[in-house]
Design a protein around this ligand. Sequence first.
Ligand SMILES: *Cc1c(COP(=O)(O)O)cnc(C)c1O
Length: 229
Amino acid sequence: MTMIGDKLQQVQARIVTACTAVGRDPASVRLLSVSKTFPPEALREAHAAGQHAFGENYVQEGLAKIEALADLRATLEWHCIGPLQSNKTRAVAEQFDWVHSIDRLKIAERLSAQRPAGLPPLQVCLQVNVDGGANKSGVPAEEALALARAVAALPRLQLRGLMAIPEPAPDFATQRDLFLRATAVFDQIRAAGMPLDVLSLGMSADLEAAIAAGSTMVRVGSAIFGGRS
Ligand SMILES: *Cc1c(COP(=O)(O)O)cnc(C)c1O
């Protein structure tokens, strides 16, 4: 077992334990490995250990890895999870499979217009700001339903769910309550008739609280690949 393979197993075990603690089926939570700052060889190692979904924050860095791992492309799923500027949407629409960080309509419209016809619709999540911090990324919770309706209407995107990154909190209950704000928005949008099925919540430090709040996809970097400098 390689070191990364070992870490992957440890994270999968954490997911199982966290699900069991709250009576959830472990199969209801997917692991997205966040590979930002790590070289393609590290992703190859994770892939050899059975991990196929990778999250990248920086578009240029992600594109370089997509190219470096082109031989594995058919078995990889690339998720763009970082803030997205207008001038980067074309490359993302052409190369990635998922975007988690949609927080305004203009970006979604560009991605839809630029998604190549030969590819399946781009799978997207809206990033919701659950802390209320004015300069944080994410659509304010009160505006999420309206943005969801507009994004769901775009032809080349498939709206799958929500992503949130609450500020680190000192304890489990506080962290879970912040995640639950995202879950409440998720429930509101589903109640309005949109079939969302993905709640992208939780990272290395707080995946247990996220799973307690209903996360269906945890985005885990350092617990798999090690610390980032
Ligand atoms: C870096 C990052 C992660 C992973 O964080 P870790 O603490 O290393 O697990 C998850 N989501 C986003 C959006 C990130 O930028």
